[in-house]
Design a protein around this ligand. Structure first.
Ligand code: A2P
Length: 317
């Protein structure tokens, strides 16, 4: 699990990152999980302003480095993201500084736009919610994110962000971004697992030297698709796991690495945090079997359209 990828600007990124999104997580849960992850060898942390726990990630990182003087800040790859309501150029900078201060670092390895959506903020930098209970979309900046991307490029040029990229971007959105980008996005972080292989988007990214990064690589394990069957329950995937001698999560992560992109498993359970970092290589037969399950599927679990009031993937549930 110590594989690395080289991003399109030469920066190296560990292929396995630890996801820090703690859904309704109790205070202190992120601190414990990140500490465990660093102890068992993860060297890539995936964070976001939106997760509201960068302070716990920062404390865990700070304490881990203090206790382990042989590991330096430079040995840890930190990704964090700008939330939708901070897309105005000056707010992108504010978001960056705010994340740095909570994470207790003076540079970020990879800084991403979290969604291709720009929305209004309140004076206290919280998200502005409209009378319909949804985000107040800034149409111009959503449809033309050039000013936002210029602010990202300035952060990259200053060296404070070693690489910049995007998350939840579609092929059309990437085409538009590439048309004006002076610095190309290094990654596109999106949901990828056997129920959402996202093959066309993944291939588009590879063709354009953008590294795909998979969130929910375990298939958002507890979410039930309309077909009624979860990734965890899929018989064919479980069969691959049984015969390979590894657990299902390890097979799913190995499949992602073999497809050539980075994976971001997340867990708050110490033994699963550890086993998710022990990723085997899949045999040709096992790889083909997972591909077979994935072929033709398109079942997205993370769609924020009801929250945002803006649909990034029109026509999908
Ligand atoms: P837990 O924190 O109890 O381990 P995703 O990143 O795909 O959205 O999935 C995260 C979910 O998968 C979490 O609910 C997490 O629960 C669960 N999970 C993480 N690792 C494993 C594993 N090795 N086996 C089963 N479930 C896991």
């Amino acid at each position: 699990a110590n594989k690395t990828y080289t991003l399109n600007n030469g920066v190296k990124m560990p292929a396995v990152g630890f996801g820090t999104f703690a859904n309704e997580g109790a205070k202190g849960e992120t601190y414990k999980a990140v500490t465990k992850a660093l102890e068992v060898g993860y060297r890539h942390l995936d964070c976001a302003w939106f997760y509201q726990n960068e302070d716990e990630v920062g404390d865990a990182l700070h304490d881990f480095l203090a206790k382990n003087p042989s590991v330096k800040r430079e040995d840890i790859f930190i990704c964090t993201k700008v939330w939708n309501h901070l897309h105005r150029p000056e707010d992108v900078k504010w978001s960056f500084e705010n994340s740095c201060s909570k994470l207790r670092v003076d540079y970020i390895d990879l800084f991403l736009l979290h969604w291709p959506i720009a929305a209004e903020k309140n004076d206290d930098y919280s998200v502005k919610i409209g009378p319909d209970g949804k985000y107040v979309i800034l149409r111009d900046l959503t449809e033309n994110p050039e000013p936002t991307w210029r602010a990202m490029e300035e952060l990259a040029e200053s060296g404070r962000a070693r690489a910049i990229g995007v998350s939840n971007w579609t092929i059309d959105g990437l085409k538009k971004l590439l048309s004006f980008a002076r610095i190309k996005p290094a990654v596109n972080q999106v949901e990828i697992h056997p129920f959402l292989p996202n093959t066309e988007l993944v291939n588009f990214c590879f063709e354009n030297d953008i590294l795909p990064v998979a969130y929910s690589p375990l298939g958002s394990q507890n979410q039930v698709p309309t077909t009624g069957e979860t990734v965890r329950e899929n018989e064919k995937l479980n069969e691959v796991a049984r015969r390979s001698g590894h657990n299902l999560a390890q097979v799913l992560l190995a499949w992602g690495l073999r497809r050539g992109y980075a994976v971001l498993p997340k867990s708050s359970n110490p033994s699963r945090i550890e086993s998710n970092f022990q990723i085997p290589e899949l045999s040709d037969e096992d790889f083909a079997a997972v591909e077979e399950v994935a072929r033709g599927r398109h079942c997205r679990f993370v769609n924020m359209k009801d929250t945002f009031g803006w649909d990034v993937w029109p026509g999908e549930s």
